[in-house]
Design a protein around this ligand. Structure first.
Ligand code: GLY
Length: 265
């Protein structure tokens, strides 16, 4: 069996926000047109927060013509120093993959999904020794099965879970900031679909669903988006020390904290 997920996050790649960020896809959280300059500021704060937690961050340049290119999580997932190259399910995003793949191939082996299925990295959540793959509007059955075969060949457990239509990705509504703990959006997910994977479920209230996407580090440290006081209190009460990042400009294009990185080591 593959080892338990470590949350050290020693290294990551991120990508500069597109100068065409106003054209990024926005179907869930947006309240105004995404703004490039505001998003650039939030992106810089995000990178600073990762670095403050010990992550070595490599910043790739903007990918011209791809308004969603900063959301690198959807292009690849790294398993034990091997990059699995994914197949994002929105047509405007499939062209982002090759550049990420070529970059990762400079430092690690890569594996491709078989067949014509689609998988967004935003539909992959690693819960200790189990990968949960979300079936969503972006990740189809073929893609989920193909990814599942690859993950199982690394000796990890895999579960496939239906992502509710109310949300974009599995990571949008659920994250695991420390071993045995899942933070989830109670307006989108049933506790019963998650409780077998965790000792502790922290339910984020419906009006703060965006804050269910957290980035956990060892020793109960967690990064969360600013502006979600109830979630902040729940996590403080659960013993976390908290860093907040103003993610509002990124949220306008349905992007969350995890969407902005591929963690590579
Ligand atoms: N705007 C991020 C996405 O829809 O993929």
């Amino acid at each position: 069996m593959g080892g338990s997920h470590n949350r050290v996050k020693g290294s990551a790649i991120v990508r500069e926000v597109s100068t065409n960020f106003e054209d990024a896809i926005s179907n869930h959280f947006g309240t105004r047109v995404p703004d490039y300059q505001q998003a650039q500021g939030a992106h810089s704060s995000y990178i600073a927060a990762l670095r403050a937690h010990g992550t070595e961050v490599e910043v790739l340049p903007e990918l011209r013509g791809y308004p969603d290119c900063c959301f690198v999580e959807d292009a690849a997932v790294v398993l034990d120093k091997t990059a699995v190259i994914l197949a994002p399910g929105h047509p405007s995003r499939s062209g982002e993959v090759e550049s990420v793949a070529a970059h990762l191939a400079e430092t690690m082996g890569t594996i491709r999904l078989e067949g014509n299925g689609t998988v967004d990295g935003g539909d992959i959540v690693f819960l200790d020794d189990t990968f949960v793959i979300g079936r969503s509007s972006r990740t189809d059955a073929l893609g989920a099965e193909s990814l599942s075969r690859i993950i199982k060949s690394f000796d990890y457990n895999v579960e496939i879970l239906k992502v509710p239509d109310s949300t974009l990705h599995l990571t949008t509504v659920c994250s695991s900031p420390r071993e045995g703990t899942i933070v989830y959006s109670e307006g989108d997910m049933d506790a019963s679909s998650l409780d077998e994977y965790a000792d502790e479920l922290i339910a984020v209230p419906p009006q703060e669903s965006y804050a269910a996407n957290t980035l956990g580090y060892p020793n109960d440290r967690v990064i969360i988006p600013s502006g979600f006081p109830e979630t902040r209190k729940l996590l403080l009460d659960a013993g976390f020390s908290i860093t907040t990042v103003d993610m509002d400009p990124i949220m306008q294009a349905d992007g969350s904290l995890t969407c902005l990185s591929v963690f590579t080591g």
